[in-house]
Design a protein around this ligand. Structure first.
Ligand SMILES: Cc1cc2nc3c(=O)[nH]c(=O)nc-3n(C[C@H](O)[C@H](O)[C@H](O)COP(=O)(O)OP(=O)(O)OC[C@H]3O[C@@H](n4cnc5c(N)ncnc54)[C@H](O)[C@@H]3O)c2cc1C
Length: 376
């Protein structure tokens, strides 16, 4: 496992300045920051960001993107998350579906989907988890049965983030009952408006609606919507998880909370608070260096899946520690209806931060991946 320290270049720092100026113009002063992926769904903001070339940044220009590097994307994403910008509309499509289409999609799929993703107008969800298949994705029971010109899909997906607002989702399903449970899986791009797709909300403990159950009842998917090779779903989905795990979205969800704590309560009011904020700052900086090192190594053509798993583990555990520490330092009961920004964000964080170490792979599973990687 290798994390090489890497500074940002002058051009990368200039990009940061441009994003900051854009955000200062677009976000009203005193806006309520979103908690990373749990922020607002705002199609207009996504389109404005896309007009600057900052959605699907790594998509090559021939498919409508900016052809940017992973580190340039890192800089933009870091700024968006620090500002608590409303990024959820385009988020999954830009972070995960676009690179997957670039690696495994047909030219026809790339030509159709990628320009729409880069324009911030085509939004995706992920259809991996099922009631009895979360960490163990090879246990998926959703089936796709061959029909003339395509496949008929039946099954149930759970925890499907954004399925109630997004256009498509990539469904991991069983296309044959092969001997080895990792074989016989495939990925299909399913239109969330197609006949037979039923989306029902699953609410967070604070009552907010982010994810869903999606039932697929005889849903027809044409052959041209098969993503990659039939039977290669396991290999493809594992490759995709590396995009999901190492980015700033895995340690900056709580940045708004930290910022408002410092602004409203002060970092230096007593020794304990000073020590707590100093500890948070030091850890944040260290994790950020790890995440940046992964982005730089992606830029150099490596596939740091084990490093990415480790960053997600330390990043999301850190996020939960920050919430607990600031709650302790604040020394008060949470109040979701509080008028002050810090108090309102604290309540939101306490009620939703348990999901940080579950979504995208649980801590235990990530540690298993990291341990196996260290053993090699
Ligand atoms: C906010 C949020 C958004 C999500 N969005 C999506 C989405 O859009 N699309 C999607 O497909 N899924 C999504 N998920 C699902 C998420 O990926 C799963 O919850 C996660 O992979 C864990 O699966 P599970 O909930 O079935 O738990 P299980 O796999 O049943 O795990 C239960 C417990 O057992 C432990 N465990 C399991 N296997 C092992 C092992 N091998 N070694 C050690 N311990 C183990 C786990 O760590 C966990 O503590 C989302 C989840 C959340 C919380």
């Amino acid at each position: 496992m290798v994390f090489r320290p890497t500074p940002l270049t002058a051009a990368e720092e200039r990009l940061r300045g441009a994003v900051r100026r854009f955000l200062a113009e677009e976000l009203p002063p005193g806006h309520r920051p979103g908690l990373g992926l749990g922020g607002r769904h705002d199609p207009e903001f996504s389109r404005k960001l896309a007009a600057r070339g900052w959605v699907g940044m790594m998509i090559p220009p021939r498919y409508g993107g900016a052809g940017a590097s992973p580190v340039e994307r890192f800089v933009v994403v870091e700024e968006l998350l620090e500002a608590g910008a409303p990024i959820t509309a385009h988020w999954i499509a830009e972070r995960q579906t676009a690179p997957t289409l670039l690696t495994f999609g047909t030219d026809e799929q790339r030509s159709w989907f990628l320009p729409r993703i880069a324009a911030g107008e085509c939004w995706f969800s992920l259809g991996m988890s099922e009631p009895d298949a979360g960490s163990d994705l090879a246990a998926v029971r959703t089936t796709a049965t061959r029909r003339t010109g395509g496949w008929v899909v039946n099954g149930t997906k759970v925890w499907t983030t954004g399925a109630h607002v997004n256009h498509f989702f990539v469904v991991l399903c069983r296309t044959s009952a092969a001997g080895d449970r990792h074989d016989g899986l495939s990925q299909l791009i399913v239109d969330l408006q197609a006949p037979g797709v039923r989306v029902s909300p699953i609410l967070f403990p604070d009552g907010s609606h982010h994810f869903n159950e999606v039932v697929l009842d005889d849903v027809f998917v044409p052959d041209e919507r098969v993503l990659g090779q039939v039977g290669s779903g396991w290999h493809q989905v594992t490759a995709e998880l590396a995009y999901e795990r190492s980015g700033p979205d895995r340690y900056l969800s709580i940045f708004g909370l930290l910022k408002h704590f410092v602004a409203e309560r002060g970092a230096g009011r007593d020794d304990f608070t000073r020590a707590a904020v100093g500890r948070i700052g030091a850890k944040l900086w260290t994790i950020r260096q790890l995440s940046l090192a992964v982005a730089r190594s992606l830029e150099c053509g490596a596939a740091p899946a084990v490093e990415a798993a480790l960053v997600k583990d330390v990043g999301t555990t850190f996020e939960q520690e920050v919430v607990e520490l600031l709650r302790y330092v604040a020394g008060q009961e949470i109040d979701p209806g509080a008028a002050g920004m810090f108090e309102a964000l604290l309540a939101e964080c306490v009620l939703t931060s348990p999901v940080f170490t579950l979504r995208g792979g649980t801590t235990e599973v990530l540690r298993g991946i990291a341990a196996k990687g260290l053993g090699r």
